[in-house]
Structure formats: C-alpha cells, structure tokens
Design a protein around this ligand. Structure first.
Ligand code: GDP
Ligand code: IMO
Ligand code: MG
Length: 423
C-alpha cells in the first residue's frame, strides 16, 4: 500500500483497563503495517484468541501475532526477563517476532518490583492495589532522572554502575540487603541488544511513506496518572495524547482514535467504582465473562456500564469511534442498568467529579434497559437482537460518538464491523 494515505489509528481503553484492547488491536492489525506500544509495562495483560488458541501478552504489542513490525516506544517500562520469555513464547507458536525496542524505554529491575510490593503492602486499601510489577518505582525513577534505560542495559559498563547506585537506593528505602543482579541484567542486555532501535524515527518515516500504524494503549482512561482516579491509578499516561510522548509521534499525524469500552465495567485493584455491583448478578457476569486479571489472576470487581466515565474518557481521548466489547457476556440477563449520572450529597452532579473524595462517594443514577438473549454465532449487525441494537444506539448517542465495532466473543471472527448509519 505504498504511497496511499493511511491514517494512523490509536486504540485506547476507556474504563479501568481490560476492555478487550488486545482483541481489537488483533482485529485491526491485519490492515496495519506496524503495531506500537507506547505506555505502561507488563502490568498490562492483553489477550488475543486466534483459531481457539489463547495468547496473553504483557509487553509485546499484539500485532506481533500477525507477524507485523512490533515496536515498543520510549514511554514503555520493560522487564527484560518478561520480554525475553514472551519472545520465546511467540517463537514457540511458529512466529519470529519482528520487534523493535526504543533505546529510551525504561528498564524494570528486581529493586523496582521489591519496592512496589513494599509500598503497595504498606498502603493497604489506601493504595491502588498494584500488580507489583515495579511500575510506580520505575516511573518514579524516570521522573527523578535516575532511571535505567534500554541504552544502559546494552552497555555492560554503564549498566553495572547504574545498578550499583539503584541497589544502594533500594537498600536505603527497604532497610535490607538487596541481591546484586548485574550479571543477570548484563545477560539480558546482550540478548536484547539486537532489538534496540530509534522507534520515533522509524515511525515517522513509515508514516511519511504511506504505511499504516496502529498504536496499542495499555490500561484504561480511569487509570491515567493525570486524568484518572488518582491515586487509585497507574503511573503512566494512558490516553491517546500519550502516543506523542511515548512513541515520539506528533499529534498532527494521528489519524483516528478508537476507544474500547466493555458493555459493562470491570476493575482490578482498590478505589472508587460508582457503578460497582456485588450481588449474584456480579458473580454471574464475572464467571460468564471470565473476569479474572490476565496479569495477576485476581477476580475483577464488576459493575454496570458507566457512561459518565465513558463519555468523559471520549472527550479527553478525542475518540472518533467506539468499539463495544463483551456484548455476549450480557446475553441472557433480564434487565441491564447503565449509569447515566452521578449523585452526590442528594444532588445530581453536573459534570465529572474533579475531587478524589467526591468521586469515592458518588452514587450511580441508572437508566434501565431490557436484556437480550445469547449472541453466539451472530456475525452481522442485522442479526443482533433489537434490544442489543437499542443498547448500542443509546451508548453512541449518549457519548456522541459512532460505534464502528461490536464484539460478541473473544475470537477474531466474533467481531462485527458497524457503519454509523445503522445506529
Ligand atoms: P485488555 O487488557 O483490554 O486487552 O483486555 P484483557 O485481555 O485483559 O481482558 C479482556 C478479556 O475478554 C480477554 O480474555 C479477551 O479474550 C476477552 N474478550 C474480548 N472481547 C470479548 C468479547 O466480545 N466477548 C467475550 N466473551 N470475551 C471477550
Ligand atoms: P490492561 O492493559 C487492569 C491497575 C492495577 C492497580 C493499578 C496500579 O490489561 O488493561 P500498577 O501495577 O500499574 O502500579 O497498578 O492499576 N492496572 C490495571 N488494571 N488492566 C490493566 O492493564 C492494568 N494495569 C494496571 O490493578 O489497581
Ligand atoms: Mg488486560
């Protein structure tokens, strides 16, 4: 497709993560040349199901499974052991990853993981309930300008020096002897050296020569460090704007933003969740939807779709199109609730709460919908039950964004492309 203008697309999660971004990225990867991760680390868990086989990726962009050029930008934090094990897993499936890792991406060490666990355990319910992957400490070091980057990992002398400093810092904080990991990390550096590249230059030249780029966000809007539910969030920016900083790709080159929202809500970790439900319906949704963390295996908290959250996320991400996933999971429920406003202190809030303690106290105001039957085997919009179509239409109108994809199962083939006029 050289020479043809193909707009770059950004896939973002609009809720608390686990919306099905991996599945949507995989679906769109076949018509893209490059797939790029630009934020977060292996706190992410993206599941792709191809011909009945399940792949779980934490660090590699899902496009690697379609044998596309897979790039990891400067905004990502990498645990080299996990990257290498994912490369091996992919190779076992008969695919040789065509991977590039930015020299400027940050490296997670055992010290970061230890500090993450220490900090998160100490905070208890006051903390986000982190994945203990080392995310908060690695991004803290980045912003304190003392981080270790891929450029250091592949230079043994520099790496040893930086690891020595990091070990001393970790010992001061944790008050214990920390194991030296320099030999292990030098070995990782040797294995990963061949993948290191200048991602920003490659992406910009690819775009300028007419190639199609797909950006794959990790996490979801509510976990964004600036715009999410701070402090019950992650430590990177996860919104579409983070493509510019996390991949070195300018805003004017972003063609389209596709926001992924689940037909209900799930969340792992602590903190506010206005539309959370904890009754039998929640357990039924959890079991039917397989709502257990891809990264930690924790049961996900369940709630109804929160359109106050999704609409606000559409605004900040500049969402052009929505992909609504897991409509099949809601199949068979008699009544379905959708949170369409927040109540606080006996009044309806006029806008999205800007204050953490108000958000924690918000009560959902629901609009009720009639349910629909099982969606198994449906591959065309026209065959969706009327109540399901009404649900989609309501979401689209509420958010003022067209829906371009409806997902009715984890498999590639269980994906229904929509045209705006059908809603
Ligand atoms: P991500 O982090 O946003 O990529 O999402 P996860 O992979 O962590 O979690 C989404 C889960 O739902 C995965 O197990 C997917 O295979 C699955 N999934 C995605 N879309 C659908 C869908 O439309 N229906 C069903 N039943 N499962 C889906
Ligand atoms: P994907 O990309 C769901 C949550 C954690 C915790 C908080 C902080 O699969 O959607 P961290 O380890 O980042 O310091 O944890 O953020 N969290 C996620 N929840 N999906 C994710 O990623 C997440 N990444 C982080 O559970 O509450
Ligand atoms: Mg996930």
């Amino acid at each position: 497709m050289q020479g043809v203008y193909l707009p770059s697309k950004v896939i973002v999660g609009l809720q608390w993560g686990d919306e099905g971004k991996g599945k949507i990225v995989d679906y769109l990867a076949s018509s893209s040349d490059i797939v790029v991760r630009f934020n977060g680390g292996n706190n992410a868990g993206h599941t792709v199901v191809i011909a009945g086989k399940k792949y779980k990726l934490h660090s590699l962009p899902c496009g690697v499974l379609s044998s596309k050029r897979a790039l990891i930008g400067a905004g990502v934090a990498l645990d080299p052991k996990i990257v290498l094990s994912e490369i091996e897993e992919v190779k076992k499936s008969g695919i040789t990853p065509n991977l590039g890792i930015d020299f400027k991406s940050h490296v997670i060490t055992p010290y970061h993981r230890a500090l993450d666990a220490l900090q998160d355990n100490a905070l208890g319910k006051k903390g986000a309930g982190s994945t203990k992957s080392g995310i908060a400490p690695v991004y803290s070091d980045k912003h304190a300008r003392i981080g270790i980057r891929m450029e250091d990992l592949v230079e043994a002398k520099v790496l040893r020096e930086k690891l020595k400093d990091a070990k001393q810092r970790a010992e001061r904080i944790s008050d214990s002897d920390i194991k030296d990991c320099s030999e292990e990390y030098c070995a990782y550096g040797r294995q990963l050296k061949a993948y290191c590249t200048d991602v920003a230059t490659e992406l910009n030249s690819a775009h300028d020569s007419g190639k199609s780029i797909l950006f794959e966000a990790a996490q979801g809007f509510m976990l964004d460090i600036d715009h999410g539910a701070y402090p019950f969030c992650t430590s990177s920016n996860v919104i579409a704007g983070a493509v510019c900083t996390g991949a070195g790709f300018p805003p004017k080159k972003i063609g389209k933003v596709i926001g992924v929202a689940k037909a209900y809500t799930s969340r792992v970790g602590n903190g506010s969740f206005p539309s959370e439900i904890t009754d039998e319906t929640a357990s039924n949704i959890r079991e039917k939807g397989g709502e257990y963390g891809t990264t930690t295996g924790r049961p996900r908290r369940i709630g109804w779709l929160d359109l106050v959250n999704v609409k606000y996320a559409c605004m900040i991400n500049g969402v052009d199109e929505l992909a609504v996933t897991k409509l099949d999971t809601l199949g068979g429920f008699q009544k379905i609730q959708v949170c369409t406003a927040y109540g606080h202190d006996g009044r309806k809030l006029p806008s999205f709460p800007q204050n953490t303690h108000i958000f924690l106290e918000c009560k959902p105001i629901y609009t009720e919908f009639e349910g629909w039957g099982e969606l198994k085997g449906i591959t065309e919009y026209k065959n969706l039950p009327e109540n399901c179509k009404k649900y989609l239409s309501f979401i689209s109108k509420f958010c003022s964004v067209p829906i371009s994809i409806a997902s009715v199962g984890p498999g590639r083939e269980e994906t229904i492309p929509l045209t705006v006029t059908k809603l």
